[in-house]
Ligand binder design. Structure first.
Ligand code: MG
Length: 255
């Protein structure tokens, strides 16, 4: 595995098989902390919790393709990741919507359950496109995750989820997903009216792309498969480090 310590300049490209981190920052306009639990390496949270916008999702992924036009990565089944849950241990989606964004949360380590996910992202585009299969590699659907254009650093990419999503089926039907969460996030003050308008505009642009069946929908990604020799990327102890920080290169497994 390499991610290089030579900076995150635009010329730095990852090679297929490299391990990088795909992360999302939390929305915490009030500065409510996201302490890490279950991670002895992280130590106790700072007084008052972490600063607003701490990372709350971290997915170690394998690079499939990295060009100036697009980054493609694979999230393998069983990968140790970080996800948010409520401090009392309630999974986010089990919490009633009205309190889902107001109760205190923690970022917890968890194993990625279910089949793997292929993620494609073009620089500056305010979404990434994910492909889902079942455990028998039967393609299920694409998922357009509306998000902040990813900020690239030496060890991966960072973004912020925008709540609203679009599911796209093989027969080209599509539908909005999580409109209720998008509305509730605005209620809770996690998005203001201007941000919400930008997210809606991004969603409409994605729908135009879907309607004309542009990339990546028209491509052959549904038949893609991971290289059998790829190992599952590890979640580093300092998974939440700031992107500018240098990262210790890990030995690349012999293949
Ligand atoms: Mg989303």
């Amino acid at each position: 595995m390499t991610t290089g310590t030579n900076g995150a300049g635009p010329a730095h490209r990852w090679r297929p098989g490299d391990h990088v981190l795909w992360r999302y920052r939390a929305h915490h306009p009030t500065g409510v902390g996201v302490p890490v639990v279950g991670d002895p390496a992280a130590g106790p949270p700072a007084a008052g919790g972490r600063a607003a916008g701490a990372f709350h999702i971290c997915r170690p992924v394998t690079v499939v393709e990295d060009t100036p036009e697009r980054l493609v990565v694979w999230l393998a089944p069983g990968t140790e990741c970080v996800k948010p849950e409520l401090l009392d241990g309630t999974p986010i989606h089990s919490e009633p919507l009205v309190t889902r964004y107001t109760k205190p949360r923690a970022a917890v380590r968890t194993s990625w359950s279910g089949a793997g996910v292929l993620k494609l992202a073009c620089p500056d585009e305010p979404w990434s496109v994910w492909l889902f299969w079942d455990r028998h590699w039967r393609f299920k659907n694409w998922y357009v995750n509306l998000e902040e254009p990813r900020r690239r650093w030496a060890g991966g990419v960072d973004s912020e989820d925008h709540f609203l999503d679009i599911v796209v089926y093989p027969d080209r039907r599509w539908e909005w997903r999580d409109e209720d969460e998008f509305a509730q996030a605005q209620q809770a003050g996690l998005l203001d009216a201007e941000q919400a308008a930008r997210v809606h505009a991004a969603g409409r642009a994605a729908v135009r792309l879907i309607s004309r069946w542009g990339r990546p929908f028209c491509e052959e990604w549904t038949g893609w498969r991971p290289e059998p020799e790829w190992s599952i990327p590890e979640l580093p102890a300092d998974w939440d480090r700031q992107g500018g920080a240098r990262r210790t290169p890990q030995p690349r497994p012999a293949s």
